[in-house]
Design a binder for this molecule. Structure first.
Ligand SMILES: NC(=O)c1ccc[n+]([C@@H]2O[C@H](COP(=O)([O-])OP(=O)(O)OC[C@H]3O[C@@H](n4cnc5c(N)ncnc54)[C@H](OP(=O)(O)O)[C@@H]3O)[C@@H](O)[C@H]2O)c1
Length: 229
């Protein structure tokens, strides 16, 4: 398989890159950093996805010789510390929109403009895109927007199957740093997440890998929570 993944520096993206390397896939990745154990095993291009104007140049360097891809996983995402939306500055929400939504628009536009044939696209969303729990501010808004972005592109990319996928709870730097350290009295979802079973990044990556064919049975453009399949 030829796979393109965004954000392999840590967490789920690292787990995904590792599993596809293990399965002998050809892995292309875009992100700010590459883990040491993946150097030489993944074709990597450094790119800060918040800097939207540089993404196409990085994609051109990474994918100039690629005519088709079996799978794209739009994994890179950011969350800031949980807080009330009233206390969340717009610039912080704009940063989440840029990385979680608009960077993916730039990537999909590049794929369409370059006429790269893609069989399947999975955008990593979150239960936060539909839950509306207190404290999830611009992250919830950005993931809800991502779900709609994917639905809209599914109408235009007729030969590609696209879904946005909530991957379940995964013990990653994002969860530890911004969720588990938050005030559980003020934000009840934190207490629920603390007591819930969490996957390791490699368990989550394997679950996604094993679900790829099931995802294709849903309508293109769907939002799917992996816990429900
Ligand atoms: N953990 C969970 O329980 C959970 C639940 C639902 C959804 N998710 C989603 O899963 C995805 C992966 O998150 P994670 O939990 O694995 O968190 P993580 O360990 O913080 O990973 C986030 C990834 O996004 C990349 N990234 C962030 N900002 C970037 C930027 N400006 N430019 C390029 N890459 C950037 C990082 O890559 P670099 O380090 O290389 O920059 C990193 O690999 C995200 O979309 C997240 O919203 C996670």
């Amino acid at each position: 398989m030829k796979v393109f993944i965004t954000g392999i520096g840590s967490g789920l993206g690292k787990g995904l890159a590792e599993i596809f390397v293990k399965k002998r896939s050809e892995v292309y990745a875009l992100g700010r950093k590459i883990p040491e154990d993946l150097i030489g095993k993944v074709t990597f291009e450094k790119c800060d996805l918040q800097r939207l104007e540089y993404i196409s140049t990085s994609l051109e360097k990474l994918l100039s010789n690629v005519e088709s891809l079996d799978l794209i996983i739009l994994n890179a995402g950011v969350l800031t510390k949980l807080k009330d939306i009233h206390d969340t500055p717009i610039y912080e929400m704009e940063m989440m929109m840029d990385v979680n939504v608009w960077a993916n628009k730039v990537i999909l536009d590049y794929i369409i403009d370059r006429n790269i044939k893609v069989d399947q696209i999975v955008a990593i969303s979150s239960g936060a895109s539909v839950n509306g729990n207190r404290g999830w501010h611009g992250y919830s808004i950005s993931k809800a927007s991502l779900n709609m972005l994917i639905k809209l592109y599914s109408r235009e990319m007729e030969d590609t199957h696209l879904v946005s996928l909530a991957p379940g709870l995964i013990m990653t730097p994002m969860l530890e740093e911004f969720v588990l350290s938050s005030d559980e009295e003020k934000f009840p979802s934190v207490r629920r997440i603390k007591s819930a079973i969490k996957m390791t990044p490699s368990e989550a990556a394997e679950k996604i890998y094993n679900s790829l064919h099931i995802l294709k049975t849903f309508d293109s453009g769907s939002y799917i929570d992996i816990r429900n399949i």
